[in-house]
Design a protein around this ligand. Structure first.
Ligand SMILES: *[C@@H]1O[C@H](CO)[C@@H](O)[C@H](O)[C@H]1NC(C)=O
Ligand SMILES: *[C@@H]1O[C@H](CO)[C@@H](O)[C@H](O)[C@H]1NC(C)=O
Ligand SMILES: *[C@@H]1O[C@H](CO)[C@@H](O)[C@H](O)[C@H]1NC(C)=O
Ligand SMILES: *[C@@H]1O[C@H](CO)[C@@H](O)[C@H](O)[C@H]1NC(C)=O
Length: 444
């Protein structure tokens, strides 16, 4: 809703943004994490669940399935549409109960955490002042005003469809999608191809280490989007939680995969940050939804108005290669296996591989991932990665996605939900196998 007061704050915010060089950092200080955590975890020996999705429910523009077994089940939803609203309305109808459980709890949790950790977040002062004076909701609404003009209108329409169908507050749905820019997780990624993998497959890892206390993992959702018009791009799969439509993890029907790491320990090559631009979760989503090739994806990243310090991974199963991107508001650098950065004895280059463990300047975690890849070089499959890479490196507590971009198959695990048994971290739990050849071909 437009008002004069709001406009003043937006303009004020814009002025202040360019006087600050950093926008926001992860909640906790992971210094010790990067310096000292050299212990290896145990292999994950739980067999991968390969069962077929089970039909649950159907509406005009969507079908809901569950996939996986016992406590490690995941909702698998197909949505079809000519508009973002069609997608959102089907999603909100089929997942109404789940959304109504996730949203209030996640919101209350993140609000409490952010208020508690406000000083450690290194947000611009104007933003912190808004949070303190007027509350987090108000501050996130201002942030939404700053990003609105860079967003795809259909994404808002999709959120509105979700809010209408699930009968939740539209503004709360939007605010939840602004949190990623403030509370970026530390995470790990790799892209492996050619000599690095068994049979020369193109594989990608997305290990998400984010907040496991917000209850997001109680309702994990894989969404398969089926646009009925080319205006909405091509089919793609997004891995998230009930009510969350930004992309942190996913694969497209053109066999592109995406992964991301929030940077808390940059070096001076990173440049500036800004809160005015396309939030990174929608940069990633755009790539899955619209990019046809690796080149498309990289030129989108080069030209979009970027925001935060990040590392992105983009892999292409058609070309059989991957790139890593050093990403901020003011700079962007693209790396392959020949020029990967940062170049250090704790982060050496590996032929036919790009990788990053937990952060940019994160010696112990970077080196652990390096060792896990090189010790098993040439033998790596999705199964081996699940068994003896993520579990040993100990990365991916909230969720892990392993993408086989050659065969179009995705493997996913989630953190332990409320009242569930077994280990907390996703990388220690059972993975489910999702055959995207089958899922992308399912018709309404
Ligand atoms: C790493 O561990 C050593 C020995 O336990 C300790 O003295 C040092 O402060 C730790 N470093 C960090 C960054 O936590
Ligand atoms: C389903 O999608 C079609 C477009 O393909 C749209 O015209 C229709 O209104 C949608 N139905 C519902 C219930 O959202
Ligand atoms: C890949 O392996 C082949 C066969 O061993 C070798 O000739 C080639 O140099 C390797 N390529 C790279 C980039 O390591
Ligand atoms: C895991 O990899 C290590 C080498 O990094 C190897 O020594 C060990 O045997 C592997 N374990 C399993 C269960 O594959």
């Amino acid at each position: 809703m437009f008002d004069q007061n709001r406009l003043f704050y937006v303009l004020f915010g814009l002025v202040v943004i360019f006087q600050t060089s950093s926008c926001h950092k992860t909640i906790k200080n992971y210094g010790a994490y990067c310096a000292n955590d050299t212990a290896r975890g145990d292999p994950n020996l739980i067999p991968i669940d390969e069962s077929q999705p089970r039909f649950i429910n159907k509406v005009e523009n969507g079908t809901l399935y569950q996939i996986g077994a016992g406590e490690d089940q995941v909702w698998l939803i197909h949505v079809y549409g000519n508009t973002g609203y069609d997608f959102g309305y089907a999603y909100g109808t089929l997942l109404r109960d789940q959304i109504n459980k996730v949203l209030p709890r996640a919101w209350a949790h993140f609000e409490e955490e952010i208020l508690k950790e406000l000083k450690n977040l290194k947000l611009p002062k104007w933003f912190v002042d808004f949070v303190v004076d007027k509350g987090l909701s108000f501050a996130l609404d201002i942030q939404n005003d700053l990003v609105k003009k860079y967003m795809d209108e259909e994404v808002y329409n999709e959120m509105r469809g979700i809010a209408d169908a699930a009968q939740v507050d539209y503004k709360t749905v939007i605010r939840l999608h602004m949190l990623g820019e403030i509370t970026r997780g530390r995470c790990s990624l790799y892209g492996l191809w050619g000599n690095a993998t068994l049979g020369g497959k193109t594989l990608q890892l997305r290990a998400l280490d984010w907040d496991v206390d917000g209850g997001l993992q109680d309702y994990p959702v894989i969404t398969i989007y089926h646009p009925l018009t080319s205006k909405l791009g091509h089919p793609f799969a997004n891995v998230a939680w009930a009510g969350y439509i930004g992309t942190l993890t996913g694969m497209s029907s053109l066999r592109l995969g995406i992964s991301e790491i929030g940077v808390s320990f940059p070096d001076d090559t990173f440049g500036d940050e800004s809160m005015a631009g396309l939030p990174f979760i929608f940069v990633e989503r755009h790539i899955l939804q619209f990019s046809e090739t690796l080149d498309d994806a990289l030129s989108f990243i080069a030209n979009v108005r970027r925001t935060c310090h990040l590392i992105l991974g983009v892999a292409d199963g058609k070309l059989g290669t991957a790139r890593m991107v050093q990403y901020s508001h003011s700079i962007v650098n693209f790396f392959d296996d020949q020029n990967l950065q940062p170049l250090a004895d704790w982060h050496p280059r590996i032929p036919h591989a790009i990788y990053s463990g937990m952060d940019w300047l994160c010696p112990s975690r970077q080196y652990k991932l390096y060792k896990a890849i090189t010790d098993q070089y040439g033998q790596i499959t999705p199964e081996l990665s699940i068994k003896n890479i993520t579990s040993v490196v100990k990365t991916g507590d909230l969720h892990v996605g392993v993408y086989d971009l050659t065969d179009n198959i995705m493997y996913v695990a989630n953190a332990r939900g409320t009242n569930e048994q077994g280990p907390m971290e996703a990388y220690k739990r059972q993975f489910v196998k999702v055959d995207l050849n089958v899922e992308f071909a399912r018709t309404r």
